[in-house]
Write a protein that binds this ligand. Structure first.
Ligand code: SAM
Ligand code: SF4
Length: 326
């Protein structure tokens, strides 16, 4: 079992497949021109498999593929197929644009649930937020996935003055659709122009929703990052991910591998441990995984302040979100 200094057992690995993407979300991609990792620096299918096997042998029970856009990688299908042999819950976070091409494979690989980013219900705002005219395609693919029986959770990064007025419309979707909408507080990463007054905190989201809907709190599992709710008699659910206003680090079971094979013990960690370099030079990996976990801070990577209004985003030492893998 992989345990840190605070006795948190880590059984969930998020693997980033690439730092490239077909969209340009304002909160994720740095404003300056980005230099993508050369493909020689990326983990190959076989290297992903070797590292995943070591994590699984040490107790990992859930693997999420992410990125960048995981499905933008040419060999994404091969990677999904390869990891499906492990006794883990295999899942993905995707922008959904290519999902139609992978639907059969998802089902064959035993994927039951996926997270799909969707920040707006308006095609024009989608273009403004992502620089791509792909709202209809994304929406169509979300419907395809639901029709195929997949448990679809949408991720909406809520930014004050940008899309906070759509929260109610998103929850209204759950009336007739078995969809699980999730609202994520806007988080600071390198180059994403984060400012504390762009955060729309969970408490305000709940106040806003309480004016429109009668909802109940659902039980959350031990390691859940999202606080789940359901409007009475609605098909779907909604949830809030309150990283900035009320973190959930006490129950954290997550580890990350960047696309270039660096292990991060937290989304906000400054430290990284080069597992891919070690694998390529024939070193033992298990001690390095434990070394990385031993550096894990109690909360928020030891970098963010629990009072988000006091965070100096310019002083944070981290990658951009797209280069970490969300
Ligand atoms: N391309 C895939 C997607 O968009 O779902 C996977 C990668 S993306 C980096 C993973 C998740 O991180 C997405 O749900 C995205 O909305 C979220 N994300 C990116 N930047 C964020 C930020 N600054 N604050 C909060 N969530 C963010
Ligand atoms: Fe691409 Fe996902 Fe980042 Fe948007 S959030 S730019 S879809 S990686």
């Amino acid at each position: 079992m992989l345990t840190d200094r605070f006795e948190r057992v880590h059984d969930y690995l998020r693997i980033s497949l690439t730092d490239t993407c077909n969209l340009r979300c304002v909160y994720c991609m740095p404003e300056e021109k980005i230099k993508c990792m050369p493909s020689s620096q990326l983990m190959s299918v076989d290297e992903i498999d070797q590292l995943a096997r070591i994590f699984v042998n040490n107790g990992v029970r859930k693997i999420r593929l992410t990125g960048g856009e995981p499905l933008a990688r040419k060999d994404a299908g091969e990677i999904i197929q390869c990891l499906s042999k492990y006794p883990v819950e295999l899942t993905l976070t995707t922008n959904g644009v290519f999902a139609d091409q992978y639907l059969d494979l998802f089902l064959k690989a035993g994927i039951r649930s996926l997270n799909v980013s969707l920040d707006t219900l308006s095609p024009a705002s989608f273009f403004a937020l992502t620089k791509r005219d792909l709202w209809e395609k994304t929406w169509r693919n979300i419907m395809l996935m639901i029709d195929a029986g997949l448990h679809v959770k949408t991720n909406t990064v809520v930014m004050k003055g940008v899309n906070d007025h759509e929260i109610v419309d998103f929850v209204a979707l759950t009336k007739d659709l078995p969809i699980h909408v999730r609202f994520i507080e806007f988080m600071p990463f390198q180059g994403n122009s984060w400012e504390h007054d762009k955060v729309f905190p969970m408490s305000q989201m709940l106040e806003l929703l309480a004016e429109k809907f009668s909802f109940i709190k659902l039980l959350d599992a031990k390691h859940d990052t999202a606080k789940k709710f359901k409007v009475l008699n609605y098909e779907g659910t909604f949830a809030l991910i309150s990283t900035m206003s009320e973190h959930f680090c006490a129950g954290c079971n997550r580890m990350r591998l960047t696309a270039d094979g660096k292990m991060k013990n937290c989304l906000f960690s400054q430290s990284e441990v080069d597992l891919l370099g070690a694998l390529r030079s024939g070193q033992e990996i298990e001690p390095l995984i434990q070394f990385c976990l031993d550096m894990k801070e109690k909360a928020l990577g030891g970098q963010l302040l629990p009072d988000y209004e006091k965070i100096d985003a310019g002083a944070l030492k981290n990658r951009s979100m797209i280069a970490i893998g969300g």
